[in-house]
Design a protein. Structure first.
Length: 123
C-alpha cells in the first residue's frame, strides 16, 4: 500500500468511533446497521463495539486512500504555517510573488475596478 497517496486522519480513534455511533443512531439504529452489514441484529448489537473500535483504530493509523474520499471543491484553502524562520518566510514570499498577475494585467484590473467604483458612486 502506498502511504504517500493516503489522507492522514488527525483525530483520535475515539472521536471517529463516537461519530460513527451517532451516525448509526441517526440512520436506522442497530437494525439498520445490521441490515446494511447483512447480519442479525443481535450479532450487530453484540459486536458493534468491537467492530467500530478496530475500524477506527485502523483508519486512524493508516489513513484513507485519496481515491475513495470525495473532498468538497474549494477555490481557497486556509494554510497555517508554524515554526518557520524569518529567512524561510522571505523565501516563501519571494516564491509567491511569482504567482501574482503581471504588472500590466494588475494595473488594468485596478483601473477597471476604479471605473466601476466611479460609475456606482455617480449613479
Amino acid at each position: 500500500m502506498e502511504y504517500s497517496n493516503t489522507i492522514k486522519i488527525t483525530c483520535k480513534p475515539e472521536h471517529l468511533e463516537s461519530y460513527f455511533y451517532q451516525k448509526m443512531a441517526s440512520e436506522g439504529g442497530n437494525k439498520g446497521f445490521a441490515k446494511s452489514l447483512g447480519i442479525h441484529p443481535s450479532t450487530a448489537s453484540r459486536d458493534k463495539t468491537r467492530i467500530f473500535k478496530l475500524a477506527c483504530q485502523v483508519v486512524s493509523e493508516y489513513g484513507l486512500p485519496r481515491h475513495v474520499v470525495s473532498m468538497p471543491y474549494s477555490s481557497t484553502q486556509d494554510v497555517v504555517i508554524t515554526n518557520i524562520s524569518g529567512e524561510e518566510i522571505r523565501k516563501l514570499i519571494d516564491m509567491l510573488e511569482h504567482l501574482r498577475l503581471p504588472k500590466k494585467e494588475a494595473l488594468r484590473l485596478k483601473n477597471d475596478e476604479a471605473l466601476e467604483c466611479q460609475i456606482e458612486c455617480c449613479t
